[in-house]
Design a protein around this ligand. Structure first.
Ligand code: GAP
Length: 457
């Protein structure tokens, strides 16, 4: 089989188009004209996101014994956000243009387009009439109870982290953990972002995977280094190319109010190097603030020695949607098979939405019946898909586009000797294998270390 060399041909437009065509991501509320920066995840998007989240849980819980899980409420006591600093400080400086009526982030003027003359930046034309900058809080507000009155205002959480700090005391009591230990959670967060765009990179509703790791204060710097290394290992173990990943320490003027040191894991998206995950040393800021605002003691007491202290916190905080975008971008490839153009997602098999497709060569001669029998067996072990409609080449192409690593084809020989062919998405090799060995073979391949073929391209 003749195969052209893969090249890095990905653009954001190609990802957006494939995502819609193949049912990963749809613009939200499309029949009403859409809602800016809101997206719905389709069947394969849900499967891919679930696989990313499962791998994160696996790394946090199954592969370690010093982290426990939490799923806290989205709407929390409003004092939470006073203590955390979000009410006072989670703001962007905004300017309005009195002429075109658009609103811009003051620190993004150089990247924004004037409403009247998009080739110019706001403030650059004689007609532009910008106001002074005003702080705009990014938290979404709503009210609890039947009437909106004083004291009924609450916020949709802008990060999952605070739910962890509010439960710190519960966890000391029930989990029999002592520092160093962590609490991990995945959930939706909400920010009324002004500058959105770039597909699912920055949206107003998104999912975070955050872990707060509580440590004795003197050990915080070395635990920060530990988590920088661990998280970089996680991203590369799931196939992201190392030359498209970097760790970037924040400059002092970039640090959040709670952080003494932060490094971002950045990925080389088509829009340039951008943040995938922030890994911060939050010190004792959050526990101290919540202790002050709640009048509760939030400290660790060593019952053996009587020592008491407020642990410091190391926080790896990643976005699920951004992770999915990075995996899609990293996997996207185009090549040519026997003169025909093919689009293929070279996803790590553990992330691929569907692991194996089962395809009868023709829809007759007992092939569909045998194929269904094989499908029933495989689907008990992995996410599998059965497809008997259309030319076999078209069915392979469809599976390539959703990143399915393996396809089983049932042909006339299968009915004679109970063997099938097993096709590999990347190498395009097809091996003949006994039906009874199929499930074990796929299980073995899934456990095998994987390396992006784009690294060798
Ligand atoms: N608790 C710390 C915290 O929330 P952050 O850097 O603001 O830190 C962590 O957010 C991660 O959440 C980011 O690295 C990014 O992956 C994701 N994230 C933040 N804002 C986002 C948005 N508007 N849309 C999509 N993902 C976002």
């Amino acid at each position: 089989m003749r195969r052209a060399m893969p090249t890095d041909v990905v653009t954001m437009d190609k990802i957006v188009s494939l995502s819609k065509r193949r049912g990963f991501v749809f613009p939200s509320s499309e029949i009403y004209g859409g809602l800016g920066s809101s997206y719905d995840y389709g069947h394969y998007g849900v499967l891919l996101k679930n696989n990313i989240k499962n791998q994160w849980w696996r790394a946090m819980l199954q592969e370690r014994d010093d982290i426990v899980a939490l799923d806290s409420a989205i709407i929390q006591h409003p004092r939470t956000w006073e203590a955390s600093g979000h009410v006072a400080g989670f703001t962007d400086p905004l300017v309005d243009c009195r002429t075109c009526k658009l609103r811009f982030r003051e620190d993004h003027l150089a990247q924004s387009a004037c409403g009247r003359k998009p080739s110019k930046h706001p403030g650059e034309t004689p007609e532009c009439d910008l106001t002074e900058a005003r702080d705009f809080n990014l938290m979404f507000q709503t009210t609890v109870g039947p009437v909106a009155e004083e004291g009924s205002t609450v916020y949709l959480r802008p990060e999952t982290a605070q739910g962890i700090f509010l439960n710190f005391k519960n966890y000391l009591q029930f989990s029999r953990k002592k520092p160093p230990f962590g609490i991990a959670q995945i959930g939706k967060s909400f920010r009324n972002e002004i500058t959105t765009g770039n597909f699912i990179f920055r949206t107003r509703e998104f999912e975070q995977m955050e872990m707060e790791f509580f440590v004795p204060p003197p050990d915080a710097p070395q635990w920060h280094q530990h988590w920088l290394a661990e998280r970089m290992k996680w991203w590369t173990s799931l196939g992201l190319r190392p030359d498209h990943l970097q760790l970037r320490p924040h400059d002092a003027d970039e640090l959040s109010h709670y952080s003494s040191a932060t490094s971002d894991v950045e990925y080389l998206f088509p829009i340039g190097w951008s943040e995938l995950e922030g890994i911060a040393n939050r010190g004792d800021f959050d526990l101290t603030q919540h202790a002050k605002f709640s009048n509760q003691k939030l400290e660790y007491v060593d019952t053996a020695t009587g020592d008491r202290y407020v642990p410091h916190v190391i926080e790896p905080a990643a976005g699920v949607d951004r992770a999915m975008l990075a995996f899609l971008v990293d996997a996207y490839d185009e090549d040519e098979i026997e003169g025909e153009q093919r689009t293929v997602l070279r996803l790590h098999p553990v992330l691929a939405p569907v692991k194996v497709a089962v395809l009868p060569l023709v829809r007759k001669d007992g092939q569909p019946e045998l194929a269904r029998e094989i499908y029933q067996d495989l689907r008990e072990r992995v996410q599998a898909e059965y497809d008997e409609g259309g030319a076999i080449g078209r069915r392979y192409r469809r599976q390539d586009e959703i990143g399915t690593p393996w396809a089983v084809t049932i042909d006339h020989q299968s009915l004679e000797d109970r063997t099938v062919t097993l096709r590999d998405r990347d190498s395009l090799t097809q091996v003949r294998i006994a039906i009874e060995d199929l499930a074990d073979e796929i299980g073995n391949r899934l456990r095998h270390p994987w390396r992006s073929p784009k690294l060798d391209g």
